[in-house]
Every structure is written in structure tokens, then in C-alpha cells.
Design a protein around this ligand. Structure first.
Ligand code: SD4
Length: 324
């Protein structure tokens, strides 16, 4: 009796161990992998933007349309003082906008120092799709927008004008970043085909020098997408991000095998060689080709919003410094 059951056991296990690998081998590739996409992620508590992006993704739309639609939400929101309409002006009282976009083919378009156009992300996409160029700046970017049907609008809201009037009383030129609260949007998406795209849009630093351009429109700094590897985007003090070519460095670290989380952490640590690193804030977010995501910041207070396979999550980012 005893012997029989032992034989049964041996038969079962040996059968099992023989069968299992061949069953796995016969499964189609897709069923072996866990799919983490569609997924979309944005800097800060950009809930409405990420919902707009998700609406595109879950109805089968492209990652490019998703990030474009997402970025348009804060651009049109007068309450958002870091992006588009309602953005705080430069020190001369003029709202100047920067934006960039990249698609799954590695195409890129960007505008910088653009005035009077509410949706710089749409102009950036048009630069990418209708011109042989990547960057258009200032009056040239504006002329291109107007020629292509965009309307000129006054983007300075009463709230932003009053903030500028207040700032002028002291006119303290201190292009420092507020640690806790910005709404500059960097947004990434992976659609149901697994393709990646990204967008970034901002009015830049409040009361900046006229003509100042940050990281957000600079391909490789504020935004980078490589459809084979992943995508990354930045928020915070643009000068620091540009000096470290932030988004590109994160994608390259993912190429070398790091997870999005580890790559963001490593890119933040690279900021520590900057003289003023204790006084500035930078936040990075990233996704990889498997739909995994991560985010990290230098100072506490950074948040990002994710929707992955329908589940929405506002994440309080981990940071290098724990408390300020
Ligand atoms: C800039 N990176 O122009 C932007 C500012 C920003 O949240 O992200 N603010 O430097």
C-alpha cells in the first residue's frame, strides 16, 4: 500500500515536471507576459489631465493622442498658474509658454517662448507633423501658429496679473522653485499596442527673465521617449534638469536594465553635484516598455498621478531629502 502511493507520488511529480515546461512553451508569447498597459502617468495632481489621457487610451486611441489631450487640460485651466492660460507671467508681465511632444516613431516637436496661444502643445505637435524641424521659438512659433489657424488670446488672467503686481513691489529676482506646488504637466502614455508617447507643457518659472526658456521644450531634458525602451519627463527647476539632460539620462539608464523607479532615483542623485542642489526641486517620472512606472524627487512634496489598466492612483513621491 505504502509503496503504491509512493509510486503514484513519483509518477505525478515526474509527470508534472515533464509537462509543465512544454505547456508553457506552447502558450502564445502574450499569455506568458504580464501586461501592465495601457498606462498613463503625469506630474503633480493633474487628475483631470490624466483622466482625459486615459479616456483616449481605453477607447483604443494612440498614446500620442492621449498625451496631447491630457496636456491640453491644464493649458486651458485659468486656475493652473504654471501652464498655458492663467500661467504666471515673466517679470515684464508677459505670459510665455514652452511645450514639447514626442511620438512612438521618435519624432519630436517643440515650441518655446511662445506668446498669446493657449495650446502650445498643439503647436508643438504641428511643428512635429508639418515641418521638417523640431524647435520653433518666439515670434516665429507664434507666426507659424497663426498661419495654421490658432487664435491669438490674452493669456494673462486677473489672478496672475495681481500676483505679478505683488511680486513687483519687491521685484526680488529669485528664480527659485516652490517645493510643494507646481502644476507643470509632464505626461507619458503607453497605449494598448504597447506604443509610447510623451508631452510636456509649462509657463515656466514665475516672474522669470524675459526670454528665459526652461527644460520643458528641450528634447532629452524635460521629455524623452524611446519606443523600444521607455519614456521620462521632468518638473521643477529647468536649469538643473537641462544641465543633467534629465529625461534622456533616465531612458538610457532603463536601456541598461534599471527599472523606471531606480532610473528616476539615480537621475535625481546626479543633481547632487550642482552647487545649489539643496535649494532646488526636481521631480522625474518614467515608464518602461513593460508598462512599469516610477517617480522620484529631490525634495519632499512631489506627487504624480497614474492610471494603469483602469486603476487611478495619486502617488506621494519618495524623495532624496526627507524633510525640508
Ligand atoms: C521650467 N520645469 O520652466 C519648468 C518649471 C516647472 O513646475 O516644472 N514648474 O523650469
Amino acid at each position: 500500500m505504502k509503496q503504491k502511493s509512493r509510486r503514484n507520488f513519483i509518477q505525478k511529480t515526474s509527470l508534472g515536471s515533464l509537462l509543465l515546461p512544454s505547456i508553457l512553451q506552447s502558450l502564445p508569447i502574450e499569455e506568458k507576459k504580464v501586461k501592465n498597459f495601457p498606462v498613463t502617468i503625469a506630474t503633480w495632481n493633474n487628475k483631470k489631465a490624466i483622466e482625459a489621457s486615459w479616456n483616449v487610451l481605453h477607447t483604443g486611441g494612440s498614446a500620442l493622442d492621449a498625451v496631447h489631450q491630457g496636456a491640453m487640460i491644464p493649458e486651458a485651466d485659468p486656475e493652473d498658474t504654471s501652464v498655458g492660460y492663467g500661467g504666471f507671467p515673466d517679470r515684464e508681465g508677459k505670459v510665455t509658454l514652452d511645450a514639447s511632444i514626442m511620438d512612438q516613431h521618435g519624432n519630436a516637436g517643440a515650441v518655446m517662448f511662445l506668446e498669446g496661444i493657449m495650446h502650445p502643445i498643439s503647436v508643438a505637435r504641428m511643428v512635429m507633423e508639418k515641418t521638417p524641424h523640431v524647435f520653433l521659438a518666439g515670434s516665429g512659433a507664434k507666426a507659424f501658429a497663426l498661419e495654421n489657424g490658432f487664435k491669438e488670446e490674452n493669456l494673462l488672467t486677473e489672478k496672475a496679473r495681481r500676483a505679478w503686481e505683488n511680486w513687483k513691489k519687491e521685484s526680488k529676482y529669485e528664480p527659485k522653485i516652490n517645493f510643494e506646488r507646481h502644476d507643470t504637466i509632464g505626461i507619458l502614455a503607453q497605449d494598448s499596442n504597447g506604443d509610447l508617447s510623451g508631452a510636456c507643457s509649462t509657463s515656466g518659472l514665475a516672474f522669470k527673465m524675459r526670454g528665459r526658456v526652461g527644460d520643458s521644450p528641450i528634447i532629452g531634458s524635460g521629455l524623452y521617449v524611446d519606443n523600444e525602451i521607455g519614456a521620462a519627463t521632468a518638473t521643477g527647476l529647468g536649469e538643473a534638469v537641462v544641465k543633467k539632460v534629465g529625461a534622456f539620462s533616465i531612458v538610457e539608464m532603463m536601456r541598461n536594465g534599471m527599472s523606471p523607479q531606480k532610473a528616476c532615483e539615480s537621475a535625481i542623485k546626479r543633481l547632487l553635484t550642482l552647487k545649489n542642489y539643496k535649494d532646488l526641486q526636481v521631480g522625474y517620472i518614467a515608464i518602461n516598455k513593460q508598462g512599469e512606472y516610477g517617480g522620484y524627487s529631490l525634495q519632499p512634496g512631489f506627487q504624480f498621478y497614474v492610471i494603469q489598466k483602469g486603476n487611478a492612483l495619486l502617488v506621494n513621491s519618495k524623495s532624496y531629502f526627507k524633510n525640508k
